[in-house]
Design a protein around this ligand. Structure first.
Ligand code: FES
Ligand code: FES
Length: 176
């Protein structure tokens, strides 16, 4: 069994850990580092529950080996809020009832944040296409689309999405 010493910066905190060659990023985050907000549904790239940001891009962390992420910046759902204040996507999921059991929700939100950073004013059809890699067994998707639409409005009026981070206007953002 070959082991590797790697470094992951998760939500801004640097971690050094030792992983096996076969260890998936999802397992390293959950089992080695305790970021259990990253859920695992299928381990085969089908459900999207394990979605995190890797150097700013949404990826399914069950499809990435931990050694491949050595040296990377990883953002998980635990890093969405700012000092206890909900990210607009979290607010929107709460307000629009975008979840039932909640199992898909971390992955949905991480995918949505990356999607909105690239398409800040999407149509409902574009939202559906943007989330097509994330499955939900509970909601029927309608309220999830509502939530992402609402988050886009919030971010366009009060803040600017920037690679998964939100810069509020008084912090140098470019909100309208
Ligand atoms: S657990 Fe990664 S896509 Fe389902
Ligand atoms: S809320 Fe249950 S799987 Fe989406």
């Amino acid at each position: 069994m070959t082991e590797h010493d790697i470094t992951l910066t998760v939500n801004g905190t640097e971690h050094e850990l030792t992983v096996e060659s076969r260890t998936l990023l999802a397992h390293a985050l959950r089992d080695e580092l305790g970021y259990t907000g990253t859920n695992i549904g299928c381990e085969s790239s089908l459900c999207g529950a394990c979605t995190v940001h890797l150097d700013g891009d949404a990826v399914k962390s069950c499809t990435v080996l931990a050694v491949q992420a050595d040296g990377a910046e990883v953002d998980t759902v635990e890093g969405l809020d700012t000092g206890g204040e909900f990210h607009p996507i979290q607010e929107a999921f709460q307000e629009e009832h975008g979840l039932q059991c909640g199992y898909c929700t971390p992955g949905m939100m991480m995918t949505a944040v990356d999607f909105l950073s690239e398409n800040p004013d999407p149509s409902r059809e574009e939202i559906r296409e943007g989330l097509e890699g994330n499955l939900c067994r509970c909601t029927g998707y309608q309220n999830i689309v509502n939530a992402v639409e609402s988050a886009a409005e919030k971010m366009n009026t009060g803040a600017v999405a920037d690679g998964g981070e939100v810069r509020w206007p008084d912090e140098g953002g470019e909100g309208e």
